[in-house]
Design a protein around this ligand. Sequence first.
Ligand code: ZN
Ligand code: ZN
Length: 454
Amino acid sequence: MEKIYQDICAYIDSRAEWMKERRRDFHKYAEAGWHEVRTCSIIADHLVRLGMDRVLMGSECFKADARMGLPDQDELDRVYQRALDQGAILPYAEKFRDGFTGVIGIIDTSRPGPVIAFRQDIDALGVFEDRTPGHKPYAGGYSSVNDGEMHACGHDGHATVGMTVAETLMKFRDELCGTVKIVFQPAEEGVRGARGIAESGILDDVDYVIGIHMYDRNTEEDYEIGVRANEEAAKLGKPQIGLAYARNVANAKLDVWFYGKAAHAMHPESGNNALLAALAASQAIYAIPRTSLGDSRINVGQIEAGSGRNVVCDRVKIVMELRGYTQEALEYNEAYARRIIEHAAAMHGCGYEIRMMGATAAVMLDTPEFVDELAKMAREKLGMIVAGPAPGNNSEDYSFMAMRVAQHGGKSCFFHCLTEFPDVFHGTGFDIDEADLLNGAKFFCGAALHLMGR
Ligand SMILES: [Zn+2]
Ligand SMILES: [Zn+2]
């Protein structure tokens, strides 16, 4: 291993204990999408202390109206106060009020070189964490104290890796060239946060964008990035990094309201029944004719309706999503669903409203030749055991970043930091091994050095 790579790996190794504590603190104070005030304030404080050339905070990171699926103002106010109560760092915390929970740290060496962006998502999700002694975070006293919010997807690890990468690259700043932008993105769950950052234009000069996700090294599912995907790697030992040539599945998450008119059930003719409109729409949406434009999925997952047994229902909310393996298949299904909603409402004399709560784009998350290059870098320059690359599918709002960078001729790699999961993604017993986070930080830093021509 060349000395600079050795030095960087040694530095990251020396931060193992700090990383473990950092991740456990994020885990304990889990903040779901658009709630991440405390998390962002800690990241911002860290980046400022490191002396990064620029630290963009809050509204500086977003095109405000491209953010999707924001909670209502009462909830935003409540979680802001909660963040302060739980030790959010002022004055930074104020920057992240009202759904502006993003941070971007920039190293601008002013020496000629590539512009590189690293993306970490930082949000928890709506899961009640397991509170039984068999669950390591509970036994260790760092399970979530925020009921119904849990890091059950490993983004606490991603945030920690990003902070470590920032620290490491700043430590070796004199050895670097070009620009590195380290993006801490909120609200990946529900695929709500990335579009606002991508559309801010911050990535428009980026030559290379790299994203991370924790993944189970023992998996044999979609990505095929586990042991089975690369028997050569398996012979060497446990794979540390997984690489894929992943295509992203396009995704549209819609909340739909039907507005009718309440009346006494003795006189239904005086009302307009929103429940009938919602049921007619739900049935018809499942019956959209198949398309040859691509494989697709449809789900109406939730209905909230009505106010009483003897009242004609005047208000219904349905929560639904559409997925397409091609953009065209998604657009076909979405347009069809919108027509159904409009006419089901009209059929029962109701009004309606559709809100886009989250979305992803159908693009390649990975530029194959770029992935190959980074696989080679990780094996040869970092001495890592790399599984894959293998073909895969995904549904990630990182797709907006990959798409934006590709539109300007840049390349993308979405890599997997491999660990072992005691429970499934989003399960109440989900956990990661912090020791595996070191590999994520090494991969990012190794990629930076390599792309800078080291
Ligand atoms: Zn997730
Ligand atoms: Zn995730």
